[in-house]
Design a protein around this ligand. Structure first.
Ligand SMILES: *[C@@H]1O[C@H](CO)[C@@H](O)[C@H](O)[C@H]1NC(C)=O
Ligand SMILES: *[C@@H]1O[C@H](CO)[C@@H](O)[C@H](O)[C@H]1NC(C)=O
Ligand SMILES: *[C@@H]1O[C@H](CO)[C@@H](O)[C@H](O)[C@H]1NC(C)=O
Ligand SMILES: *[C@@H]1O[C@H](CO)[C@@H](O)[C@H](O)[C@H]1NC(C)=O
Ligand SMILES: *[C@@H]1O[C@H](CO)[C@@H](O)[C@H](O)[C@H]1NC(C)=O
Ligand SMILES: *[C@@H]1O[C@H](CO)[C@@H](O)[C@H](O)[C@H]1NC(C)=O
Ligand SMILES: *[C@@H]1O[C@H](CO)[C@@H](O)[C@H](O)[C@H]1NC(C)=O
Ligand SMILES: *[C@@H]1O[C@H](CO)[C@@H](O)[C@H](O)[C@H]1NC(C)=O
Length: 574
């Protein structure tokens, strides 16, 4: 331990000695343009008469520049044009040179002169000038990947001594590398000013990693206190790179495409700058259609469904997408205005044809109903039928077809009669069926004109009823006719005089049905007679058992009796 410490010490003594011999020369450093202070470099000796400064020219000759008397405290400058007005010499013999120039880099010698001796001490003057801020010139607009790009020339001017240029990418030094980083530097010296300019050009193989990369250059130069670096402004380049992937997009007004839409296919390459032209391949086109990045389809039809592709012009990098054009058709048979005869059959069908499975809804007069089917058409089947469907997935795609059904039929007429309780009138009621609504008119053989009737009431679709009140003085036959454009039906009804009880005939009979009607009338008459006999027997029995009986009209045509009998008759019919 002690031994090594000792040897270290001896090494240090040695190195101090070398320093003294090596730097036997003093150095005075100054920044260009400022004042150089050159101390004399030796102690003031005893018996000093005066001090003097000289410098040595390259050829070894000396040029005296200033002197100062030690006793008179006076100083003077020699007439050296280079130093006129620039010098000062202090009491301690330090020489000051203002406005330091490169040409001031000389060996100055301080001479101290006594009566019998001259002491000389040389000092080397060093002048430093900082470099201008480096600039990157001739920058390109973009760098292309995959090849050597000229990034620019870094220029820094007027330094002394010369500086060095270093290139940086994102703050890290760019070292030359074959085919990737190529740096060429040149230096030049201005002969008159003695100042140096440095320039360095950079060629660089760019990759996509260089997007947003910051390139700078810096100049490093010497100053009295050591090296100093100054950086240029940042240079950032647009990086051009080829397309590696192509994508295709469908631009449509909605998520889904339906017939009639205008859509645009967009082809996009991920290169920079993005490609402007593509080949489009609609279904069935293998050759491709050249176009810009947008391929519009106006008023698209269902047959345009299919796979659409696009690629770069060199047919590389194909992208594909499927376009489904939704559509919805509805076929209703029959449709529109349809007229059928009552009792006929009618089959209706509503068949949708769509890009997806859909179901249909039926409406009759705006109310939902199941799929109609008519085996035997009735008047109430008339109406407005609508068949409706829609595609849930596709906004606004709905269809409706309508069928206006009219059921027609010949007139069917029924007559019935009833004696009224007032005993003076009889009511004839008719019911008529048919469409178009039949016109009903009645006449009585006792009276030439049409019989007045009440307002017709609607019993159901296509079925109407009205009443006629008559007061026949004698037996009459009422004739009613119902007529529409399809035909005419005539009915007869025998109505007895008001003082005779009519057997109600719920159905008036046409002439052709007379025999059948007679049979019924016979049965009714029989029943009536039986009731009469029973009533008479009862009356006789009551008369015999009660001597204080009331006087009653002998005639059977009495209205009170009629009424009672009529009621009985009703009950027996029911
Ligand atoms: C000599 O004098 C100058 C100014 O008069 C002073 O700046 C300098 O420090 C002095 N040098 C020495 C070695 O005393
Ligand atoms: C410049 O580079 C050279 C060679 O690499 C080197 O010798 C010199 O010291 C450098 N100068 C500066 C100012 O960095
Ligand atoms: C589609 O484009 C045509 C022509 O540009 C236009 O007339 C039509 O209205 C557009 N159709 C739709 C549904 O926007
Ligand atoms: C698709 O159908 C329309 C008629 O609806 C026709 O004009 C057109 O040429 C057809 N397009 C293709 C590609 O078949
Ligand atoms: C559509 O209907 C057909 C037959 O009616 C059936 O085979 C098919 O699976 C249906 N499709 C969908 C998506 O429901
Ligand atoms: C039928 O009615 C009209 C008015 O409504 C009346 O003028 C006419 O006398 C009536 N005819 C009969 C036979 O009652
Ligand atoms: C009227 O009809 C009734 C039966 O309905 C009959 O008994 C009577 O004889 C008839 N009178 C005349 C005048 O025909
Ligand atoms: C109606 O009376 C006439 C005679 O007035 C007669 O010929 C006809 O058969 C009667 N009709 C019915 C249905 O009773």
């Amino acid at each position: 331990m002690a031994a090594s410490a000792g040897s270290l010490l001896s090494v240090c003594v040695l190195c101090a000695a070398i320093l003294r011999t090596g730097f036997g020369l003093h150095t005075a450093s100054a920044v260009y343009g400022e004042t150089i202070a050159i101390p004399c470099g030796q102690d003031i000796v005893e018996g000093l008469l005066f001090g003097k400064w000289k410098y040595e020219k390259n050829d070894g000759t000396a040029v005296f520049v200033a002197s100062r008397s030690a006793v008179k405290n006076k100083f003077s400058f020699d007439d050296v044009p280079e130093y006129n007005g620039r010098l000062n010499l202090s009491e301690n013999y330090t020489l000051f040179i203002s406005g330091a120039r490169i040409s001031d880099e000389k060996r100055f010698v301080c001479m101290l002169i006594t009566a019998d001796n001259v002491f000389e001490e040389p000092t080397v003057v060093k002048v430093f000038k900082p470099s201008s801020k480096p600039e990157i010139l001739n920058q390109p607009i973009f760098l292309e990947t995959g090849k050597l790009n000229k990034v620019g020339e870094c220029v820094s001017k007027d330094s002394y001594p010369d500086g060095n240029i270093t290139w940086y990418r994102n703050g890290k030094v760019l070292e030359p590398r074959d085919g990737v980083v190529v740096i060429q530097s040149t230096k030049e010296r201005n002969a008159t000013s003695g100042l140096h300019s440095v320039q360095s050009s950079l060629q660089y193989m760019a990759t996509k990693d260089d997007i947003d990369a910051e390139f700078t250059c810096a100049v490093t130069y010497h100053m009295p206190n050591g090296q100093i670096s100054t950086e240029s402004d940042l240079a950032i380049f647009d990086i051009y790179y080829p397309t590696e992937k192509v994508t295709i997009q469908v631009h449509s007004p909605r998520n889904t495409v339906k017939e009639g839409d205008n859509i645009t296919l967009k082809c996009i390459g991920n290169g920079n700058p993005p490609p402007q032209e593509f080949l489009f391949y609609p279904p069935g086109h293998d050759e491709g259609i050249i176009g810009s990045s947008a391929y519009p389809i106006i008023d698209i039809r269902r047959n345009a469904s299919g796979d659409y592709k696009c690629s770069l012009l060199n047919k590389n990098m194909i992208a594909s997408t499927t376009v489904t054009v939704h559509y919805l058709d509805l076929s209703l048979t029959p449709s529109g205005e349809v007229t059928k005869k009552v009792g006929e059959a009618l089959s209706v069908s509503c068949i949708p044809s769509a890009s997806k499975n859909v179901s249909v809804t039926w409406l009759k007069n705006h109310k939902i109903l199941p799929q109609p089917s008519f085996k035997n058409l009735q008047y109430q089947d008339s109406g407005l039928y609508e068949c409706e469907t829609y595609l849930l997935e596709v906004d606004g795609l709905r269809k409706k077809e309508t069928l206006r059904l009219t059921v027609e039929g010949n007139p069917r007429l029924k007559l019935s009669k009833k004696a009224n309780s007032d005993g003076k009138t009889k009511t004839i009621t008719y019911e008529v069926e048919g469409f178009p609504k039949p016109e009903v008119q009645c006449t009585s053989n006792g009276n030439g004109g049409f019989l007045n009737k009440t307002e017709e009431t609607t019993l159901s679709n296509g079925k109407y009823s009205a009443k006629i009140i008559i007061s026949p003085e004698e037996n009459v036959t009422v004739v009613c006719s119902a007529e529409n454009k399809l035909g005419k039906e005539v009915r007869f009804l025998n109505v007895s005089a008001i003082n005779i009880v009519d057997r109600d005939e719920p159905n008036g009979r046409s002439e052709d049905n007379n025999d059948h009607a007679k049979l019924i009338v016979g049965i009714v008459v029989g029943l009536l007679l039986a009731a009469l006999v029973a009533g008479l027997a009862y009356w006789l029995y009551m008369k015999r058992s009660s001597s204080a009986s009331k006087h009653v009209g002998k005639e059977l045509g009495n209205t009170e009796e009629n009424k009672k009998l009529e009621e009985n008759n009703h009950k027996s019919e029911a």
